[in-house]
Design a protein around this ligand. Structure first.
Ligand SMILES: [Mg+2]
Length: 259
């Protein structure tokens, strides 16, 4: 490769999916509330209004258990739903799981929107000759559905998910295998994502240059200290990524080497 990209030698870019490519948080909030309302219309109205937030917050940590490979995707979803039912003081009965999914999924996918910066940023990266892929801890099937709902399904060279890789972020192997599938060494694959531990810190500790995407509000203090210690920049939009790749490798730092 020649030109301004030589500074870092980046050959590929890996992007997180949820809340990096599309607004999963908003879609989960709306769909969770709609599905809880459809399933349990006589539950406490204040809690029903917050049901999507509760569902996404996942206070029992089932998604984390799924990313560690301890449970499968469907099991994770059911456990989160059971927690939500208990919080609403409802007892799951009959085909409650199917009924929730029937209400939740169409609402979620209909609400899910790509962030406006995704397509132009990927186009700029491609124009510079870089491969661009996705690394997500969601499932492969679900990620395909989400990419299609957000009209981004044509955009990426590679889509890597926790279930298809066999391990999830921040496992070093997830970053290394995704880089391999993109055709670039980890040290030449830039990683960008929004969850500080899972995304930029995980990537940096796996030896990838990384950036922390903070779309809304201010980055939390602890996260900021940790990324600064690894020379990982905070970006507010994917539009910053092509510019950041121009020039000085020091801006990304080498990351700590994989252990
Ligand atoms: Mg994310």
């Amino acid at each position: 490769m020649s030109g301004p990209w030589d500074g870092l030698g980046v050959e590929a870019v890996l992007l997180d999916a949820d809340d990096t490519l599309y607004d999963t948080r908003t879609a989960m909030h709306r769909a969770g509330a709609a599905a809880a309302q459809a399933l349990w219309p006589d539950a406490d109205p204040d809690r029903l209004a917050r049901a999507g937030v509760r569902f996404r917050d996942d206070p029992e940590g089932h998604f984390a258990a799924y990313t560690r490979g301890e449970i499968e995707f469907d099991e994770m979803r059911r456990a989160r739903l059971a927690e939500l039912a208990a919080w609403l003081d409802r007892r799951p009965e009959g085909d409650w799981w199917d009924a929730f999914e029937d209400a939740y999924e169409p609402a979620f996918l209909a609400t899910l929107e790509a962030f406006e910066d995704v397509r132009p940023a990927v186009a700029a990266l491609r124009a510079a000759g870089l491969a661009v892929g996705v690394l997500t801890n969601s499932s492969g099937d679900y990620t395909r559905a989400k990419l299609a709902a957000a009209r981004l399904e044509d955009l990426f060279d590679v889509v890597c998910s926790r279930d298809t890789l066999g391990f999830g972020k921040p496992d070093v192997r997830a970053f290394h295998e995704a880089s391999r599938r993109l055709g670039a060494p980890p040290a030449r694959t830039l990683y960008v994502g929004d969850e500080v531990s899972t995304d930029p810190l995980g990537a940096a500790d796996a030896g990838l240059p990384a950036a922390w995407l903070v779309r809304d509000g201010e980055p939390d203090e602890r996260g900021l200290r940790l990324v600064e210690a690894r020379k990982v920049p905070v970006v507010r939009s994917l539009a910053e990524i092509p510019d950041l790749l121009v020039g000085d490798a020091v801006r990304f730092g080498p990351g700590e080497r994989a252990r």
